[in-house]
Design a protein around this ligand. Structure first.
Ligand SMILES: [Zn+2]
Length: 165
């Protein structure tokens, strides 16, 4: 994706209030992000661990989504779970259920979309082999990194459509 500025990020959010956008903390050193290896910029709020955000390009514009991580309900150490965007398999804690408030009337009525995501939102790096997940390597995936990237982007757009649709 193209490098983003703080202004790009703060003006991209579609599912939170202006106050929330003002208060959210950007990732530390985000300007040094490996932009060419990212399908979206995703991070956990350094000042509020239950909050997470992702900003992606869609139709030439930017869509920012605020997420809330569900804590607790951690599974046994030996269990594995899979991120629904990048399909990376992690051991306990590597995947977190995150919910995004939907935009518009649906959001005002309290509707949200839940998705299992890599806890660190590092999907882009996992599919490119730039980051290794603990517990990965047991799947017999025959896809190339480029195919995994394409699949992750498709899953991401589907998710964004559910939030804004
Ligand atoms: Zn992922």
């Amino acid at each position: 994706m193209r490098p983003l500025t703080e202004r790009d990020i703060r003006t991209s959010f579609v599912n939170c209030s202006k106050g929330e956008v003002k208060r959210l903390n950007l990732p530390k050193d985000f300007t040094d992000s490996p932009w060419e290896d990212l399908d979206f910029l995703g991070w956990r709020d350094p000042g509020a661990p239950e909050r997470a955000y992702l900003v992606a390009e869609r139709d030439g514009g930017l869509v920012g989504v605020a997420l809330r991580a569900t804590s607790g309900a951690s599974r046994a150490f030996t269990s594995r779970s899979m991120c629904s965007l990048c399909l990376t398999t992690h051991t306990s804690g590597g995947v977190t259920l995150m919910t995004a408030r939907r935009t518009g009337e649906a959001g005002r009525q309290g509707n949200s979309v839940g998705q299992y995501l890599c806890t660190d939102l590092g999907c882009s790096l996992y599919v490119r082999g730039k980051k290794q997940a603990a517990g990965d390597g047991i799947t017999d995936e025959s896809l190339t990194p480029a195919e995994k990237v394409a699949r992750t982007r498709a899953n991401l757009l589907t998710f964004l459509d559910k939030v804004t649709g």
